[in-house]
Every structure is written in structure tokens, then in C-alpha cells.
Design a protein around this ligand. Structure first.
Ligand code: NDP
Ligand code: 2IT
Length: 447
């Protein structure tokens, strides 16, 4: 499948060393296959062993997190931080708290983050961390004690110029507050060591909305450039109902789309009249309840247990829940139902064979490391505001976000065109993200 002996050799070496890291190998294979045109034309990449170095994280930190639950029992979870690459800036990336978290998943997320952060054009390297701690069903006190225990180890590895975590699945405003508070106490300093902070303690306006809004700005720009089209009048499917999903749906609606489905890990709701987002916000953000409760107040909507949103026809598909949530079978169904564009809000939500199916069917496919980069981009803007001790208005941040998302589309298309790939957003994003980091690594010598 590989065109170059070099990329193949690097991939096979990874596969031989850690064959069980399935998600990580999936992400590495995708990136290596994508960047082969650049590797072939630039012998310096192999001479400087760039690929071998890029697939090895700079540092992997693993630790025990012991905390006391409400019943007085001691619980033990696993904590991780993968500091992947800091050639173009301090390590930057979220923390995920979910029962499925393991080293392979965080390693794939850290690897992807390197290229995503590069695409933003800001000075941020890549990292990711988290725990197999599940926030579902935990009291605020339990979440606080867990976060404090987690940060009691992590704090010694991070810093505002070293490694700046943020949220991801299971880590929202509540968790960030507890984590930041514990860092502040232990380090005895108030610095921008975390992004996604509360607005009263160094947070940025528009960070909460940034990933979802950014996804729609990116999608809108792609529709404009490649299809001379827009969200106007389109049926939109959004999976998940967390931070990314809710604000993707909000912006999709504002841009004239009609969002008809949303989901959580128990199933999906279908409201042919268009999802009432205030109700979803109330259920998921305020009450932390199940999406099925939507049908109580909206009897015309349907809850479908244990199924995915992709069986409902749509023109714009925005997967915003988790990795590998669109399989080849889901892709076939979406294609048969006339999907025009798939833009990833989640990280790696589309399996490789599903991506293949979309590309073969001429469905526009927008890779997450480009289309969901708005979250980390505004994290970069939060870091800038913290450093300057100033706070920009919502409009100022939102305007910068729009500029960054449009530039990512332009840079990806330009990279694809440099290598004769046509309007290929997928390979173009990987190449554009890769080239900036590779250039910085070459310039800075062997490390
Ligand atoms: P949240 O925790 O806010 O929401 C996650 C949503 O996805 C929930 O609705 C959850 O359902 C659902 N979900 C999670 N895991 C699964 C699973 N294994 N099966 C089915 N449904 C699942 O997370 P975010 O919105 O922050 O993150 C969503 C995605 O976006 C992730 O892939 C993340 O990496 C990515 N992302 C996030 C960014 C951010 O700024 N937050 C930035 C860029 C990407 P339930 O409520 O039932 O658990
Ligand atoms: O996957 C991601 O880009 C995030 N979860 C956001 C990372 C960040 O540092 O804002």
C-alpha cells in the first residue's frame, strides 16, 4: 500500500514494536500514506530521520491516581500524559476522561494533535493525556477529588511554557476548574497553564464554542470554494451531544442548516422539525442527563436506542462524538442517502475504509485535524491573552477563529496542489501540517 520504502519501513517498525496499539497505528498509517508525495520529493526528510522521530513521543508519562469516593472507598485509576512533539511550541492538547481511555488512544490523539496544532499556524506543539476515570454518575465531590489527585502528579510535568492541557471527552468547564485550581495551589502561581478555563480566571470568550463553530466555519468555506454552496437549506446530522456537537449544531443552524439528529452513547434522537438545541443544552450541559429525555418535552421526536445517527438521510454529516464512529457500512448508508460532505468534529471518527468509500463516491471529506482545529486554535488565543494579561471580546476571538479556519482550508488545498493531488483536503491537510513540523525539526538539529 505504501509507495515509498521509507514510509513502509517506519510503519512496519512501529507495528512490530507495539502491535496492540491499534488506534495509534491507524493514525500513523493514515498520516504516513498521506505525506508520501512530500517524502519522495524531499530527501532531507529521510536523511534527518524525521518520520522515525515523529512517530515516537518525546516523553510518555504514566501514573497512578488514587482518590476517595463518596462512600469512603479508595479508588485507583490510570493517568497519562503523552508529550509528543514540541518543535514548534510547547506541548498542547486536551485531557480525556473516559472508561475506554488507554495508551493507544491517547497516543493516537497526541500524534494527531502535532499536525493539527501545526495547521493552526500558531506556536503549539502536540500532546494529549487523560485517564480511564469515568465522570458519568460521579458526584461533583468525587470529580473534584479525582481531579485534585490527577493534578497532584501531573503538575510537575506541565507549565505555561512547557505543556498546556485543555479539555476533551469527559473534561469540560467543571473538570478544568478543579484541575487548574489544584495546579495553582501546588505550583503557587497563577499562570495560563490550562486552556478552557472559566472566564473569571483567565479563560477566553468563545473557547467553549470554538471547536463546533470552527468546524462549521471550515465546512462553510469548503462548500463555498469547492461547491459554490453553503449550509442554507441543508439537512445536517450531528453525532454526540457534548461540547463539540452542541456548538457545531448551534452554528450549523445559524448558517441556515437544519439539524435533525443528535446522539449520546445510548442512542439517538430524531426530530424532523429540527432539533431544539436549548432543550439539548438543558439535558446535557445543565442536567447531565440522557439524550432520550428530549422526547419527554418533544413528543414528535423519536428516540432510537443503541443505533447511530448515520441511518437518517442528510446532506451534511458532522461526526462529533468519538473515534471510529463511522464505519464502512455507515458510509455506504450515508452515500446511498445522498450525503454531500462529511466534516470531522471528533478526532478520527471515520474508519480508513469509510474514508476510502467517501473519497471513491466523490463525497467531500474533511479530516478532523483540519476541520476540528478551531478548539485548539482558540486555546492558542487564550494562551496569548493570558500572556498579555488582557481579555479580547467574543467578536475579536470569533473573527480570528474564522480567519484561521479559512486559512487551514487554503493551506491544505495549496499543499495538495503543490504535489499535483487536485483539491484534496485530506492529503493536503496532512502534508501542510507535516511540512511545518518537519522543517522546524530539521532546522533545530537532532533531538
Ligand atoms: P464531550 O465529553 O463533551 O462529549 C462527548 C459526546 O460523545 C457525548 O455525547 C458522549 O455521549 C459521546 N461519546 C463519547 N464516547 C462515546 C462512545 N465511545 N460511544 C458513543 N458515544 C460516545 O466531548 P467533546 O465534545 O469535547 O469531544 C467530542 C470529540 O471531539 C472527541 O473525539 C474529541 O477528541 C474531539 N475534539 C474535542 C475538542 C474540544 O475542544 N473539546 C477539540 C477537537 C476535537 P455520553 O454523554 O453518553 O457519554
Ligand atoms: O482534540 C483537541 O484538539 C482538543 N481536545 C482541544 C485541545 C486544546 O488544547 O484545546
Amino acid at each position: 500500500m505504501f509507495q515509498t520504502e521509507y514510509a513502509q519501513r517506519v510503519f512496519e517498525a512501529q507495528e512490530a514494536r507495539t502491535p496492540w496499539e491499534k488506534e495509534f497505528l491507524q493514525a500513523v498509517r493514515e498520516v504516513l500514506l498521506s505525506i508520501e508525495p512530500a517524502v519522495r520529493e524531499n530527501p532531507a526528510i529521510e536523511q534527518h530521520a524525521i518520520l522515525e522521530r515523529m512517530v515516537e513521543p518525546d516523553r510518555q508519562i504514566r501514573f497512578r491516581v488514587a482518590w476517595v469516593d463518596d462512600a469512603g472507598r479508595i479508588q485507583v485509576n490510570r493517568g497519562y500524559r503523552f508529550e509528543f512533539n514540541n518543535a514548534i511550541g510547547p506541548y498542547k492538547g486536551g485531557l480525556r476522561f473516559h472508561s475506554t481511555v488507554n495508551a493507544s488512544i491517547l497516543k493516537f490523539l497526541g500524534f494527531e494533535q502535532v499536525f493539527k496544532n501545526s495547521l493552526t499556524g500558531l506556536w503549539m506543539g502536540g500532546g494529549k493525556g487523560g485517564s480511564d476515570f469515568d465522570t458519568h454518575g460521579k458526584s461533583d465531590g468525587e470529580v473534584m477529588r479525582f481531579c485534585q489527585a490527577f493534578m497532584s502528579e501531573l503538575y510537575r510535568h506541565i507549565g505555561p511554557n512547557t505543556d498546556i492541557p485543555a479539555g476533551d471527552i469527559g473534561v469540560g468547564g467543571r473538570e478544568v476548574g478543579y484541575l487548574f485550581g489544584q495546579y495553582r495551589r501546588l505550583a503557587n502561581e497563577f499562570t495560563g497553564v490550562f486552556t478552557g478555563k472559566g472566564l473569571d480566571f483567565g479563560g477566553s470568550l468563545a473557547r467553549t464554542e470554538a471547536t463546533g463553530y470552527g468546524l462549521c466555519y471550515y465546512t462553510q468555506e469548503v462548500l463555498r470554494v469547492l461547491k459554490d454552496d453553503s449550509f442554507e437549506g441543508k439537512t445536517v446530522s450531528v453525532s454526540g451531544s457534548g461540547n463539540v456537537s452542541i456548538f457545531a449544531a448551534e452554528k450549523a443552524i445559524a448558517l441556515g442548516g437544519k439539524v435533525v439528529v443528535m446522539s449520546d452513547s445510548s442512542g439517538y434522537i430524531h426530530d424532523p422539525n429540527g432539533i431544539d438545541l436549548d432543550e439539548v443544552k438543558d439535558i446535557k450541559l445543565r442536567r447531565r442527563a440522557r439524550i432520550s429525555e428530549y422526547t419527554t418535552t418533544h413528543p414528535s421526536a423519536q428516540f432510537v436506542a443503541g443505533k447511530k445517527v448515520w441511518e437518517v438521510p442528510c446532506q451534511i454529516a458532522l461526526p462529533c462524538a468519538t473515534q471510529n464512529e463511522i464505519t464502512a457500512e455507515d458510509a455506504r448508508q450515508l452515500i446511498a442517502n445522498g450525503v454531500v460532505i462529511v466534516a470531522e468534529g471528533a478526532n478520527m471518527p471515520t474508519t480508513p475504509d469509510a474514508i476510502e468509500a467517501f473519497r471513491a463516491a466523490q463525497v467531500v471529506f474533511c479530516p478532523g485535524k483540519a476541520s476540528n482545529a478551531g478548539g485548539v486554535a482558540v486555546s492558542g488565543l487564550e494562551m496569548a491573552q493570558d500572556s498579555m494579561r488582557v481579555a479580547w471580546t467574543f467578536e475579536e476571538v470569533d473573527t480570528r477563529l474564522q480567519t484561521i479556519m479559512k486559512k487551514i482550508v487554503g493551506d491544505s488545498l495549496a499543499a495538495a496542489s503543490r504535489y499535483g493531488l487536485g483539491p484534496d483536503l485530506f492529503n493536503g491537510a496532512n502534508i501542510a501540517g507535516f511540512e511545518r513540523v518537519a522543517g522546524a525539526m530539521i532546522d533545530q538539529g537532532v533531538f
